[in-house]
Design a protein around this ligand. Structure first.
Ligand SMILES: *[C@@H]1O[C@H](CO)[C@@H](O)[C@H](O)[C@H]1NC(C)=O
Ligand SMILES: *[C@@H]1O[C@H](CO)[C@@H](O)[C@H](O)[C@H]1NC(C)=O
Ligand SMILES: *[C@@H]1O[C@H](CO)[C@@H](O)[C@H](O)[C@H]1NC(C)=O
Length: 440
């Protein structure tokens, strides 16, 4: 279907009608269509009677291999979805494509061949809507050491071209600032450990569903060790718990030592690692029935490939056993409840084995909260309900309720119950118990 030209005749026209040069006066502008729809591509020409006018299609990727669709008013492909219409009055060639397939997208050219080497053309692009698709060359899991630069990359296809945006889990602040970042590459110049976590690349082109990909950023950093309590007190022959909290990635090795001797599980020590929470993990060293030689300085050391960190914990001797962990370790008779309960606080049964001094008494207003911070000794907290009278005029509280069990009160937050309408106040007592060993 190579066009054939009567050259001599053509040149005659060139000479006689030189002012009437063939031109393409208009072509349909770029179109985007849904799959299965119909499109009409029109090309209006002038003074082209003596030259072939063709529609052809070129793929963006393979421009050297065009597909000839029509020549003048003759279709050149057998695909029944394609048809051609020629309107004489407007000298317009209209190519109709029905039931559009994604393979129909591409560049459509309208061409007037003036000679074998000379032609004029105009082109338009037909695009077919397609939902976004995130390409495999996008980042997935990235592991990087603290202070290094890192790029999170995301590429997506689709028609129209999707916009890429970035978010963090729970809409946390991005290292670039703000909650959303637009662009293919989220660049972090110097990664911090707080930058670790899940990032989402979101591709949206308003066609179909938005597509998301999650990218895990893992930041390696040297351990940081903290003693949960730096000073631990215990009487001889009672257990003592020393705890340290380690933040590190990758997971560190945790080693306890005393006087340059590495401690391991035996009849004197028990080391309990806990399940890590994120990049935190706790390690507890229980000193079993502290002997006189076991007081002193303990080291909790954590090591990973990026460094190490050590916390010092001092185990001090005191006269009275400290609860915890003494109370849980069975050195008291089974019948003794160390924390005051309703019964032990009753006047009649007031624990003979326990003397209680009130150290602090706090009255709470409605909804007021009160936090007690742990003191490394044997304080306990008793929560008391005040009488139904106004707190200021209230008599001594009669009932002791909800004693904090024998444990540090560090996490205890008291809040007056709003629903208890008649209750004007609630009082809290911090009491000091003097325990008497009633073994036997
Ligand atoms: C990612 O992949 C897509 C599709 O294969 C490709 O068009 C694009 O150029 C690639 N981008 C990069 C940065 O490698
Ligand atoms: C205080 O008293 C109210 C009403 O008698 C009761 O519902 C509430 O549980 C008590 N508070 C505590 C902490 O026990
Ligand atoms: C409680 O105090 C308020 C004002 O502070 C007073 O009006 C009210 O009568 C008091 N109630 C009782 C039961 O004392």
């Amino acid at each position: 279907m190579k066009p054939h030209f009567p050259f001599t005749f053509m040149c005659l026209i060139c000479l006689t009608q030189s002012e009437r040069t063939p031109t393409i006066v208009g072509i349909t502008e770029n179109q985007i269509r849904n799959l299965g729809s119909t499109v009409e591509l029109s090309c209006s020409v002038l003074y082209s009677q003596d030259f072939p006018v063709m529609w052809m299609k070129v793929d963006r990727e393979r421009t050297s291999d065009p597909l000839y669709l029509s020549s003048d008013s003759t279709p050149l492909i057998s695909d029944s979805r394609f048809s051609l219409r020629y309107d004489k009055s407007s000298t317009t060639y209209t190519l109709q494509i029905r039931d559009i397939q994604s393979s129909d997208s591409g560049i459509y050219k309208c061409i007037i061949f003036l000679s074998q080497i000379n032609y004029i053309s105009k082109e338009m692009e037909l695009s077919v809507y397609s939902p976004p698709l995130i390409y495999d060359n996008s980042s997935s899991t990235i592991v990087v050491s603290e202070s290094n630069p890192v790029n999170l990359e995301c590429y997506a296809g689709g028609t129209p071209k999707p916009l890429i945006s970035w978010k963090r889990e729970n809409d946390a602040l991005l290292p670039t600032g703000g909650a959303v970042y637009r662009g293919n590459v989220l660049k972090i110049n110097s990664v911090k450990k707080d930058d670790r976590g899940t990032y989402y690349c979101i591709a949206d082109n308003k066609v179909g569903e938005v597509v998301k990909k999650s990218i895990a950023l893992e930041v390696e950093f040297p351990p940081n060790v903290m003693a949960n309590r730096q000073w631990v007190q215990q009487a001889v022959n009672y257990d003592a718990d020393l705890e340290c909290r380690v933040e590190a990635f990758p997971a560190p090795t945790i080693v306890w030592s005393k006087d340059d001797i590495t401690l391991s599980n035996n009849q004197h020590y028990k080391i309990t690692p806990t399940t890590p929470i994120g990049q935190y993990r706790d390690s507890m060293l229980r000193v079993i029935k502290v002997g006189p030689g076991q007081y002193g300085t303990y080291l909790c050391k954590a090591v990973n490939k990026l460094g190490e960190s050590t916390a010092k914990i001092y185990l001090q001797e005191v006269d009275d056993p400290v609860c915890p962990p003494a109370c849980g370790s069975g050195h008291y008779s089974a019948g003794t409840t160390l924390a005051p309960t309703k019964s032990t606080m009753d006047k009649e049964s007031k624990a003979a084995e326990m003397e209680t001094d009130v150290l602090t008494k706090i009255l709470l207003e409605e909804s007021e909260t009160f936090e007690l911070f742990y003191k490394p000794s044997y304080f306990n907290v008793v929560e008391l309900n005040a009488s139904e009278e106004n707190s200021t005029t209230a008599k001594e509280p009669q009932v002791a309720v909800a004693p904090v069990q024998c444990k540090p009160a560090s996490d205890k937050v008291f809040k007056k119950d709003k629903s208890a309408q008649t209750l004007r106040s609630q009082s809290i007592m911090v009491v000091k118990h003097k325990f008497t060993n009633t073994t036997g």
